[in-house]
Every structure is written in structure tokens, then in C-alpha cells.
Write a protein that binds this ligand. Sequence first.
Ligand SMILES: Cc1cc2nc3c(=O)[nH]c(=O)nc-3n(C[C@H](O)[C@H](O)[C@H](O)COP(=O)(O)OP(=O)(O)OC[C@H]3O[C@@H](n4cnc5c(N)ncnc54)[C@H](O)[C@@H]3O)c2cc1C
Length: 482
Amino acid sequence: MSRPIPACWATCPVHTRAHGYIALIAQRKFKEALALVRRDNPLPGISGRVCHHPCEEACDRRRVDEPLSIAYLKRFIADYELKTNPKMPSHVERTREEQVAVVGSGPAGLAAAYHLITKGYGVTIFEALTVLGGMLITGIPSNRLPRNVIEYEVDRIKALGVKMRTNVTVGRDISFNDLFKEGYGAIFLAVGAYDSRKLGIPGEDEFEGFLDCLTFLQRVNLGNMSKPGEKVCIIGGGNAAIDSARTALRLGCETVTIVYRRSRREMPANPSEIEEAEAEGVKIHYLASPLRILGRNGHVVGMECIRNMLGEPDASGRRRPVPVEGTEFTVDADAIIPAISQRPDLSFLPEDHGFTITRWNTFDVDPQTLQTNKKGVFAGGDAVTGPATVIEAVAAGKKAAEMIDRYLRGLELTAGEEESRPLVKLTDEEIQAIEKKPRQRMPKLPLEKRVGNFNEVELGFSEEAAVAEAERCLRCWTLTRP
Ligand SMILES: Cc1cc2nc3c(=O)[nH]c(=O)nc-3n(C[C@H](O)[C@H](O)[C@H](O)COP(=O)(O)OP(=O)(O)OC[C@H]3O[C@@H](n4cnc5c(N)ncnc54)[C@H](O)[C@@H]3O)c2cc1C
């Protein structure tokens, strides 16, 4: 039987060697720890801030007291380099003739480009916008993800030799055939999910003051600080809804309300973000659904809602919201921002594109290889999964690079699949023998200093806190099991 592996490593979609970098942090070898992260993930400062960290859910220290603060440790080593010795890597030597075109500069595209260039290929990223980073820069606000962190990590990928062509929409400004004619041997489509889902209720899109969350966040993130209104109502329960709400507050809007159809327990946004939003003054109406948008003289004036109770679980496994008759109520609002989900916007594809598209408007790929129905064209990230997470997009980019490498070498794509290995698990006796030691707390910007600016709220671990946290690791991977 193969040797068990630590759960933090196994459950990371990118298979970052968390157990290894944590051990190095405990020895104060921060540089080596960061180099270990970068073997798998070129975006440590970004993912150390916004990752939903499945590694922490799986950490066995949870059975003693609290799981290791793995994401914040990753952030610490990334910040440590940025603060003490920011350094660009040198150009990677080109060892392969072939070039690869990566479409989209979000985390999936950046990760694919990074892994392809380190394998010796020529790589060009084509980005439709004038800025690089995808949703990292147009979606996630800087109070959670400072721009200098994104710029640094993108610049490092550039420094390796990846060419980045902004303001080019593939499919419109340059066709897929042209890319192949220009000598690209393979294409990776990492175009994200930018089409906001409709609410499907009366009044939608009818009145001024109604705008979708991606338009709102992109506008603010690219520098337009105008308020959407004074009384802002947001619909949804994911990260985009919480970010929209916290952004509206920072712009100085008088009231910010979220309407979410299920209870807090089912809310998909990161629990800590929900807590922060409520602490900052966002009011959340749980168990309520919008019925109609109300308008007067062409402008939004509010929204009629109905209260729900929770019924049986639906296909997502979460309990279905069931409207309770006679519980209608109105929320006053002069701006309404739906943030209920997105799907890929594939309007850049020509009519005769020939790709197989799913009913969710995503690229239909072979899940094992990420290849589309077109030879040499691969796809990944939100464009395949629908709206998901940064770390899953990074994982897709890493996998696509491996598959493209195999494709360009003429190897079978599915060969060499990793076998799944059992996870290390401590025995109850071992867990009971461990001394309790709570995790280090993340210092935060005081509430009164958060309004009117987009300064980062989570301030990062000090060196001492990071080392102390790393020392909490149970080093479960060192245990030998029969
Ligand atoms: C507000 C908000 C908050 C979020 N918060 C979190 C969070 O806290 N944690 C987390 O893990 N995830 C979060 N997410 C989700 C996360 O941002 C996405 O899952 C992730 O960015 C997807 O990466 P991607 O590379 O697939 O696509 P994207 O990041 O969307 O990048 C796609 C890129 O492709 C470009 N593009 C599209 N079409 C073309 C074309 N034809 N030619 C050239 N370029 C093109 C786009 O301009 C874009 O730059 C959040 C999302 C939003 C909207």
C-alpha cells in the first residue's frame, strides 16, 4: 500500500506542499518555504489572502483545538519577501520550439502560463481588458486583496518571459485560426465567467439604479468611486454579494442591505467575510427573496420581498427556500445590485466556432485532460466550472500546463495519472496527548478606520506569530504507520 500523505497536501486543489512549507516556517526558513509553495502555486500572496483553504478543513489539529492557519502562513511568507526583498526571477531559458497561447489573465491563465514557461515553452497571454489579473483585479476589492500584491505576482510571471498582450479579445481581434497560423501549437482558454445571471422578476433592468455586481465592482476597482446610490440593496449570498456590500459601505452609502434567500448557515461566502460585513454595518435579511423591483419616474425606489422557510434539500444539497405566503415586505433602495451568480460570456466566439458548449454555457472539456472537442484547444477555470474559486482556477491552470506539455510532446494525455493515496490520520490516543494551543489571531484594521478607504482589513501575521503558528503543526506526516 502506498504511504499515507498529509491531508493539507492532499486536499489542496493545487497540491501545495503545506506540511513542508509550514515546517520551514517553524525553522524560520521563509525563503525556502516560499520557494516550496511556488513549485505548485505562483500566486502565494493572492491565495494566502483569498483562498477558501480546504486544507484547513482537513487539518487533524482540528481534533485537538483549531486547525492550523495554513492560508495566513502562506500569506506571511509571500508578504515577507515583498517587504524585505522583493525580487524578480530571471528569464527562463527556452528549451522547446513550440509556443502556447493563453486566453485570459485570471488565476487559471496566470498559473498555466507560469507552469508552461518553466517547462521551456514560449507563452503569450492574451487579455481582453487593459489590466491583468481577471477577477482578482476587477472583482475582488483591494480591502481584501491589495493591488501591489497582484502586480508583484503578475510581474514575476512576466519576468520569467511570459508575453502579455492586453486589450486583445481572442475570437474578435484575433481568430483561433490566426493563433494557430501565428505558430501557437496549443491554446488554453481561461476566459472566466462574466455574464451575470438574471433575477427573472418584474422591474429587472427597467429602472436607473439597477446594476449587476460585476459591473459595479469592476467600475470601482478600476477607479470610479461614485456611489451607486444612498440606500443600496444587494441580492445574493456569495463572495460577490459580500464584496459589493462592503464596497458600497466604503464609498459612503447611507445604508447597505443584503437580501439572501436561505439562512446564514447556507450562505456560500467565506464565513469570516460575512462576519466582517455585519460588523462594518451591512444589514442582512436572511431567508428572504425578491419579488419585484419597484420604480418611480424611471428610477429604482425599492424592492418587494417575501420571507422564506427552509424546505427539503435541493440538488446542491442545501435546503430549498420556500416562500411563506402573506409575509411580503418592502426594502427601500435607490440602488439594487443583484449578485446571484454568473456564467461564461461566450459572445466573443464566432458563430461557426464549433466548440461543444454545455447548457450552463461553459466549455465542455474532458475532465481528465481539460481538452475541448477541438484538438490542441484546452479550457479551464470558471469558463469550465462556472463561478468557483481562485485555488481551483490555479489548479486548472497547472493541470492544463501538464496536459498541453504532454500534447505537444505527442504523449498520451491520460497516462501518468497520480494514484490517490490514503491520508495520515492521528489515533485518538495521539490526539489526546497533544497540548492545546489556540491558533494565532489575524490582526485587523479597527472598524472606525475602514470607512472611506479600501485599505486592507487583515493586517498579516508578525514574524513571531507566524513561527508560533507553524509550531502548532502536528507534523502528522512524520508519523510512520504500518
Ligand atoms: C466579487 C468576487 C469575489 C470573489 N472572491 C473570491 C474569494 O474570496 N476567494 C476565491 O477563491 N474566489 C473568489 N472569487 C472567484 C474567483 O475570483 C474566480 O473563481 C477566479 O478568478 C476564476 O479565475 P479564471 O482564471 O477562471 O477567470 P477570471 O479570473 O475571470 O479571468 C478571466 C480573464 O479572461 C479575460 N477574457 C475573457 N474573454 C476573453 C477573450 N475572448 N480574450 C482575451 N481575454 C478574455 C477576462 O477579461 C479576464 O481577465 C470571487 C469572484 C468575484 C466576482
